[in-house]
Design a binder for this molecule. Sequence first.
Ligand SMILES: [Fe+2]
Ligand SMILES: [Fe+2]
Length: 178
Amino acid sequence: MAVQVIDMLMQEHQVILKRLGEFQSYDADQLAEAPELTADFIAFIRDYADHYHHAKEEEILFPWMLQKNPQFKYGPIAVMLSEHNTGRELAERLSQQLEALQGAGTPEQRLGCAAAIHKTAADLCQLLQQHIHKEDNVLYQFAENIDAQTGDGDASMLEPCMEVNQKLEELARNHLPV
Ligand SMILES: [Fe+2]
Ligand SMILES: [Fe+2]
């Protein structure tokens, strides 16, 4: 039987992928005209993708997997953690580029800043799309396999995940489509 926690995380991936696709549809002109598009995107990445979703992976799923198979520390989980950190760095860069856009004086400067935002966002989207692909198809399958052997997935992880959901419910809801 599939692990409910894995289903929950995979559904969150779909929310993230949808939002990445939306932001990728904007060109530099649109980003220059409407800085709030970038501000909303950064807030989504930080609140939903990182705080809400990655918190469950980093604090619940990965530790559970490591407890069952310490070898994962040097392989797949190390890669996932390093990608989360690269994502954080790119979100920070986006935030600095947004500040530059908000302070830009001329239309040319604004367009230059927006082009930089467009490039960083493309890197961030590509990183997260590939990351999600690896989790859905590889890492989460390892987790399902561990559960098949131990029967312990939801028994250990469901309650803590529900607690995180409850604690951060409002934060997540702000970013979900109405
Ligand atoms: Fe992840
Ligand atoms: Fe994930």
